[in-house]
Design a protein around this ligand. Sequence first.
Ligand code: NAI
Ligand code: ISE
Length: 336
Amino acid sequence: MTVKIGVIGTGAIGRDHARRINEVLGGAKVVALSDVNRASSEAVKKDIAPDAAIFATGEELIASADVDAVLVTSWGATHEQYVLAAIAAGKPCFCEKPLATTAEGAKRIVDAEVAHGKRLVQVGFMRRYDAGYVALKKTVDTMIGAPIMVHAAHRNPTVPKQYVTPMAIHDTMIHEIDVLRWLLDDDYVSARVLFPRAAARSHAKLRDPQIVILETARGTIIDVEIFVNCHYGYDIQCQVVGEDGIASLPEPMAIQTRLGAKLQNDILTDWKDRFIASYDVELQDFIHAAAKGTASGPNSWDGYVAAITSDACVAAQETDGAAVAIRLPARPALYQ
Ligand code: NAI
Ligand code: ISE
């Protein structure tokens, strides 16, 4: 079976996901495109999906009888409306992070999916599919004893001018919020945020870098440095300190040279390259599940927990280092 996919939001990642569906992965084809900027869908049609129909709105795309499953890759604030429409239509839906920009919005999606009675939503937390994180999880689960601390860093070389302080949490650190919860198989109970002096490349509305400290229910303390104007590269670090030893996320493969009295290798500069293989694997997983009319991988509950945690971290940006509690409601049976 070929799953006929409609893509809503054909900017950077929507275009890249359309490319991987049509040119890299198996079992699916992009048949429909929609973007508030029609020129962007037209460019994707021309370059990647010549047979795709262009729809004026995401809702019309979702309603089309030609569309079996939906990719939501528009701006974060628009995700909720499209995911809810896909659930109402009973169509599997892959939604880029964040599932919704508020915890209330994510809860509406959880409620709608629970009422539908079957999983339809996969959230784009691709790090769970990254070979390095998968290997790290196996090591943490089997070799280093119970985790005590995690030291992590999420560094972007640069961000657009409109990127402001809360976005460090709900646009950037949301990846750590999800992947560390998965890695430790634990939930968060509190968040604190510390600000060192702002880096010179920052601006008045962006306090950069920042350090978020999360505590888990089992007492593991996690520190995450978010530095989105680090200049030197796109760099993701994660080290888990356990009772018996330490495990670290592997560096991406890179050729090492010994040349001109220097030992060196390149550092990546773009998230698209750093997680290219993980995006392939996550979308192939989506296609397999969508062919069966369902979804797997990170679910709406994970998206909801990430939204609750993000809200607590953003609140903690305003408390001068004081802890903000994170309280989760009971998990519905659909997500056990
Ligand atoms: P982008 O700005 O390059 O593209 C977004 C597109 O959505 C634009 O073409 C815009 O015109 C369109 N759009 C906005 N509102 C719309 C609406 N109501 N209906 C239809 N189209 C609409 O942004 P980018 O970087 O592609 O990000 C899109 C989403 O993907 C964001 O939620 C972002 O957080 C997520 N993302 C995830 C990444 C990951 O590593 N998993 C990496 C980059 C982005
Ligand atoms: C972007 O939206 C992503 O998801 C990237 O993975 C992240 O590194 C970046 O900070 C975000 O803006």
